[in-house]
Design a protein around this ligand. Structure first.
Ligand SMILES: [Fe+2]
Ligand SMILES: [Fe+2]
Length: 173
C-alpha cells in the first residue's frame, strides 16, 4: 500500500476539528460515535483501495457519515432515525469541510434502503455495506463481549457485504 496516502494522513484535519470531536462523547451501538465512525472509515479505506475506487473521498466521507450529536438529533427523532440523521450529518459535514458529489451522496444514502436517497456511486455502496456490517459487529460485540466476537468477524462481514454490493452494482459507474 506504499503509493497510497495513509488513513491517518487523509483524516487528520477531520480528527482535529472541534465540532467533529464532540461525537467522541456520544454513545452509539454501546460504544462512542467516534469509535464507530473510525471503524467504518478504516474498513471503507481498505475496501476502496482493494476495489480501485476513490479511497480518499470515500474514507473522508465515511468518517463523517454519522456526524451529529444527540442534541441535534432529538428534535427530529419522531421523524425516524434512519431517515433523518444522514441529512443532519451531511449538513454538519458540509459546514465544516469541502465535500464533492460522491461524498455528499455517500453520506446522504448511507442508511439505504431506510432513506429515499439512492447510492449513486460505488463508493456509496461500499459505505452503506460496511456501515451495516460494522453496526452488526458492534451490536453483537456489545451483546456478547468483544472477546467472543473478534475483529475478524467484523472484517469478514464487511468483505462479504461489499462483495455482494459490488456484484450487484458493477454497472453503476
Ligand atoms: Fe448512520
Ligand atoms: Fe454508521
Amino acid at each position: 500500500m506504499n503509493n497510497y496516502l495513509s488513513y491517518e494522513e487523509l483524516t487528520k484535519d477531520i480528527m482535529a476539528n472541534r465540532k467533529f470531536q464532540k461525537i467522541a462523547l456520544e454513545s452509539h451501538h454501546g460504544i462512542t460515535r467516534m469509535e464507530h465512525s473510525q471503524r467504518v472509515a478504516r474498513n471503507v479505506y481498505k475496501v476502496c483501495i482493494k476495489l480501485g475506487l476513490d479511497y480518499v473521498s470515500a474514507t473522508r466521507a465515511a468518517l463523517v457519515h454519522d456526524f451529529f450529536t444527540n442534541e441535534e438529533f432529538i428534535c427530529f427523532k419522531f421523524l425516524g432515525c434512519g431517515v433523518i440523521h444522514p441529512e443532519i450529518a451531511l449538513a454538519n459535514a458540509n459546514q465544516e469541510f469541502e465535500l464533492n458529489e460522491i461524498q455528499k451522496n455517500m453520506i446522504e444514502s448511507h442508511m439505504f434502503p431506510l432513506n429515499t436517497t439512492l447510492p449513486r456511486y460505488k463508493e456509496s455502496w461500499v459505505l452503506t455495506g460496511v456501515d451495516k456490517a460494522v453496526a452488526l459487529y458492534e451490536y453483537m460485540a456489545n451483546k456478547f463481549s468483544y472477546k467472543r466476537v473478534t475483529k475478524k468477524f467484523g472484517y469478514a462481514c464487511s468483505l462479504f457485504a461489499i462483495m455482494v454490493y459490488y456484484l450487484l452494482t458493477k454497472e453503476i459507474r
